[in-house]
Design a protein around this ligand. Structure first.
Ligand SMILES: CCCCC/C=C\C/C=C\C/C=C\C/C=C\CCCC(=O)SCCNC(=O)CCNC(=O)[C@H](O)C(C)(C)COP(=O)(O)OP(=O)(O)OC[C@H]1O[C@@H](n2cnc3c(N)ncnc32)[C@H](O)[C@@H]1OP(=O)(O)O
Length: 197
């Protein structure tokens, strides 16, 4: 018996297209926040996901499993792999639609073990949307873009206004995003994001 959500994307979903100002195919995407566990360069044991836009407007991310990411000896921790997918899926939603959104639901199928030292290649695509809801899915392959599938994930992201982060997180959230410039500007306002959709 399959426990996966059937009918994906759900019946209420309509096709979604990338924003007119979405990054072009081939664009390497910047980290969204220097202190992000998924992509930030300041988090030593973080995942350090690197993402880029592919020719088909999916977002491809890579992540190499380190010793600090273990669950069982020599194998990646499952929750941490789900975290990598959260980041990869969020990167697809945020960068392609250019508006802030948060994960409301994330389901992950663990298909094969992921050893320390291996590199996951995660391809995430937008599946549909309805109002503030965006449905997105991803596949993770071992050690090559066409390697064996190790994980599959699906998620619902809900668009939020920037006050979500200033109210529930750090009141100085916008400043923090601005300060987290790495090699290029990462502040949402400066990137032309729809910060109050
Ligand atoms: C994370 C940083 C983002 C920074 C943004 C800034 C710039 C962006 C830059 C770059 C972005 C690039 C990359 C991002 C990479 C990674 C992102 C990681 C993402 C995360 O890691 S983020 C943390 C975990 N995440 C949360 O911390 C959310 C906690 N949560 C809530 O804050 C609320 O729960 C919320 C807001 C989700 C909804 O609350 P709400 O009151 O606004 O809206 P409401 O409840 O009405 O839901 C609206 C419609 O969604 C349906 N719905 C809701 N939840 C559902 C569920 N679970 N299952 C099925 N349907 C669901 C309802 O049924 C309704 O559907 P309908 O419209 O059809 O009635």
């Amino acid at each position: 018996m399959s426990s996966r959500t059937e009918n994906w994307p759900p019946a209420d979903a309509e096709p979604v297209s990338p924003h007119a100002d979405a990054p072009a195919p081939g664009t390497q995407l910047a980290e969204h926040y220097a202190e992000c566990f998924g992509c930030g360069h300041e988090v030593e044991s973080g995942l350090h996901l690197k993402s880029a836009v592919a020719n088909d407007m999916s977002v491809v991310s890579t992540f190499t499993v380190q010793k600090d990411h273990q669950g069982a000896p020599g194998l990646a921790h499952g929750g941490l792999l789900a975290c990598a997918f959260d980041e990869a899926l969020g990167s697809a939603v945020g960068n392609l639609l250019r508006r802030p959104a948060v994960t409301a639901r994330l389901e992950t199928d663990f298909v094969a073990p992921v050893p320390v030292g291996s590199t996951l290649h995660i391809a995430a695509k937008l599946d549909g949307g309805s109002g503030r809801k965006t449905y997105v899915s991803a596949e993770g392959r071992l050690d090559a873009a066409d390697g064996p599938v190790a994980l599959r994930a699906r998620a619902l992201f809900v668009t939020v206004g920037f006050e979500h982060f200033t109210t529930h997180g750090d009141p100085d959230a916008l400043d923090k995003f601005r300060e987290s410039e790495a090699t290029e500007t990462t502040a949402a306002e400066d990137r032309g994001w729809d910060v109050n959709p």
